[in-house]
Design a protein around this ligand. Structure first.
Ligand code: PEP
Length: 252
């Protein structure tokens, strides 16, 4: 039985001090929860502040990116080992904001996913179409390209170490959520692609999260869908009450 996973992506929000304060509040209400997996992903400079608060709880720490090389002259990049030593267990890879603003390609995503696995970090690999791609009926083409490109060369054993997040770009930070049915259609398609790449046994064990304006009042309907195994939450993860509300609805 797959455990639901709720991951909060704080993006470029919360300073070191603010992140510590928010983590403290989350620790108080969520720290003992074991029925679902909870991950929070602050910006790099706040990782240690958050880890200091949640390190001895069931909440896991995640980063928002990783580089594919281990060390060297890569100004501004952060290695998998650095993340491990900061307490991370998860890392978001290929978020649409990185694909759009930093020119991240499927090949780069693939290298990052492989490096994360090598260092025992669970990649949360994001895929999702833009509005104009959905309107041109290209959703499946785009998702297929991103998924197959990002997972290229991975063994079935390694696929089991990955979480996929389907995040339609038009639903991120816009307040527009895909309907549970719309989201589940794409999740079903992703699971079929994962079956084609590996086997049904493997794809059924993999978690596929939905992301895009998830809030306490829409999470229940989303996770009721057969192929939605949790959520990657942006805006609503920045406020303790809304993130806690999402987690509490998943437990119910
Ligand atoms: C995200 O950035 O991964 C995300 C889903 O953002 P939001 O929940 O704000 O749409």
């Amino acid at each position: 039985m797959k455990k639901i996973l709720i991951a909060g992506n704080w993006k470029m929000n919360k300073t070191f001090v603010e992140a510590g304060e928010l983590a403290e509040k989350m620790k108080g209400r969520l720290g003992d929860i074991t029925q679902i997996d909870i991950v929070i992903c602050p910006a790099f400079p706040a990782l240690s502040a958050v880890y200091e608060k949640i390190g001895d709880t069931h909440i896991r720490l995640g980063a928002q990116d990783v580089f594919w090389e281990e060390e060297g002259a890569y100004t501004g990049e952060v290695s998998a080992l650095m993340l491990r030593e900061s307490g991370c267990k998860y890392v978001i890879i290929g978020h649409s904001e990185r694909r759009i603003h930093s020119g991240e390609t499927d090949e780069m995503v693939n290298k990052k996913v492989k490096k994360a696995i090598e260092w025992n970090l669970t990649p949360i690999m994001c895929v999702g179409e833009k509005l104009e791609e959905r309107e041109r009926n290209k959703t499946e083409n785009v998702v297929r390209r991103q998924l197959e490109g990002g997972l290229e060369g991975l063994s079935s054993e390694n696929l089991l170490k990955i979480v996929i997040a389907y995040e339609p770009v038009w639903a991120i930070g816009t307040g527009k959520t895909a309907t549970p049915h719309q989201a589940n259609e794409v999740h079903k398609f992703i699971r079929q692609l994962l079956t084609n790449i590996s086997s049904e046994k493997i794809s059924q064990q993999m978690r596929i999260l939905y992301g895009g304006s998830v809030k306490p009042d829409n999470i229940s309907a989303l996770i009721e869908e057969e192929d939605i195994d949790g959520a990657l939450v942006g805006g609503a993860s920045l406020v303790d009450e809304s993130f806690i509300g999402i987690v509490e609805r998943c437990i119910k």
